[in-house]
Design a protein. Sequence first.
Length: 311
Amino acid sequence: MKKIWTLLSVMVVALILGACASGRDSASDGGDVADEKPVVTVSTSFLRDMVEQLAGDRVTVETIIPAGEDPHGYLARPQDLMKIQGADLILYHGLHLEAQMVKALEATGLAVTKDFTDEDLAMVDQDGESEVDPHFWFDITLYQKAVATVAAELVTLTGDESINDAATAYMEELTELDNWAQAEIDSIPEGQRYLITPHDAFNYFSQRYGIEVVAPQGISTQSEASNADISAIASFIVENEVPAIFAESTTDPARMKRIQEAVSAAGGEVTVVSGEGQELFSDSLASEGQEGDTYIDMFKHNVNLIVSNLK
């Protein structure tokens, strides 16, 4: 079944690439286009929130990868063709986050990380190869850099300079969030600052806030943790008396249960923080109307969950 979906995804991507040259003409029914709001299609819930914070109701936002789904393994669907073909602006993360849709997005869209420098990016080991970590949004200063890029594109798209005012106000909120997050992480005793998660999504968070991050998987959820990886992390937990490890909203909590069992076999004890409202957000925001459905709420949720279980 997975092979069938992969084949369908390849076919959809091919259709997207073929349609991108035709613009929006085929998506219009011939109505009064001048009265329509510009359509911005984004790859993830993070970018949906970013555009909504900046442009509000000045644009219509379409999201390709629904909230709660994993962008690393997301396969293009037929309806994604219409979202891309009907867009005035297409925004995606880049850095190979949307791994299965890279060709279509690169051909039609703009990467919000296009202004990042080599110094901005974290490199991690992925199956013996050095790769760029795409999870930049866990460093708020890098998220602000992406916000600046998107704001400029939205001003160009809409001609509305007031988007710059919205960007300035949002940047101030993000700076306050950054300062708050640092103070909260600093409240964890230094010897207890160990964040253990299913996959390696929190490197930027680690570098920004001074908390060591350990994960059995690499930067992509598509890789598998080996028995040796599980054993090594279990030993680390026992040696450092780590009280809690964390599930993520877009990964299977059974992965962390394996670590818990290995810790128990090694003579230790650790709590798996999981369940509704008790999972870290890593690759997606929450669904609309739930806690963590905006970038700021997501970040606060994560920090509060980490601090309350490690302090």
